[in-house]
Design a protein around this ligand. Structure first.
Ligand SMILES: C[S@@+](CC[C@H](N)C(=O)[O-])C[C@H]1O[C@@H](n2cnc3c(N)ncnc32)[C@H](O)[C@@H]1O
Length: 242
């Protein structure tokens, strides 16, 4: 059961819960996340190597480290983090996603602690890595959500956040075209809930966090998703405690 909370929007949780069964199908309703995953994983790996002083050839750069992924869906990021050696906890608003995440991880012998729990009710602290990808635009009270992420992060930890920017381009590509063409399930995005990098940086600052890198996620039909200097569509931020 989801505990009463201020950041989980029940309608959003219900929407994502209906997508759980297809979450791991690269051609299913979460196909866009599957296409995004290799690009954002490359960004995260580089941030890990820089922050924890690892070599890019190391297979388990997170060995002995604690990672928390908030809004984990059915585990597209939790699983690679576990393979990198981290002791991973994944939180999600939708119980169906948590069930799908467990069902996918267990046969592979991946020991991931998946919980249907809101960040503000989560008591875990001192995580070396805290991630939350494509979630902030779905939460109620983004500042409370970020305050929760900040509490879970160790003083010397690393945080990675990604979210769509609130621009004309993101409205056209992520809300209108993507939903009309069925690339993203209808009703997934609400443009007025998108957050600009400036707004996010302010919220992070309010939570005692500072941004050390901002990188765009751009899209072209020929090349698909790529890391970019252009933050207009979607962006990733590397964050540490101030
Ligand atoms: C677009 S999906 C992203 C999933 C995953 N982070 C990824 O990028 O592969 C958004 C996820 O956030 C979850 N979610 C929405 N609001 C949340 C909240 N307040 N707390 C935790 N999870 C939330 C949804 O249930 C859904 O699984």
């Amino acid at each position: 059961m989801t505990k009463a909370s201020s950041t989980i929007n029940p309608a959003e949780a219900a929407h994502f819960g209906t997508l759980a069964a297809e979450w791991w199908d690269p051609k299913g309703s979460s196909a866009m996340l599957h296409r995004l995953n290799p690009v954002r994983l490359a960004y995260i790996r580089e941030a890990i190597d820089l922050h924890f002083d690892c070599d890019s050839s190391q297979l388990r750069p997170l060995a002995g480290k604690k990672a928390l992924d908030v809004g984990c869906g059915a585990g597209l990021l939790c699983e690679p983090l576990a393979r990198m050696g981290a002791k991973v906890t994944g939180l999600d608003a939708a119980p169906e996603n948590i069930a799908a995440a467990r069902a996918h991880a267990e046969p592979q012998g991946l020991d991931i602690d998946y919980r249907n729990e809101a960040i503000e009710n989560f008591g875990g602290r001192d995580h070396d890595l805290v991630t939350s990808l494509e979630v902030l635009e779905h939460v109620d009270d983004p500042q409370a959500f970020i305050d929760g992420l900040a509490k879970a992060l160790a003083d010397d930890g690393l945080m990675i956040i990604s979210t769509p920017n609130r621009t004309a381009m993101s409205k056209l590509l992520l809300v209108e075209l993507a939903e009309i063409t069925g690339q993203i399930p209808r009703g997934t995005h609400h443009h007025d809930q998108f957050i600009t990098p400036e707004e996010l940086e302010k919220m992070l600052g309010n939570a005692g966090l500072q941004v050390t890198d901002s990188t765009g996620l751009s899209y072209s039909p020929a090349k698909g998703f790529a890391l970019s200097d252009n933050l207009k569509l979607n962006y990733l931020m590397t964050v540490v405690k101030a």
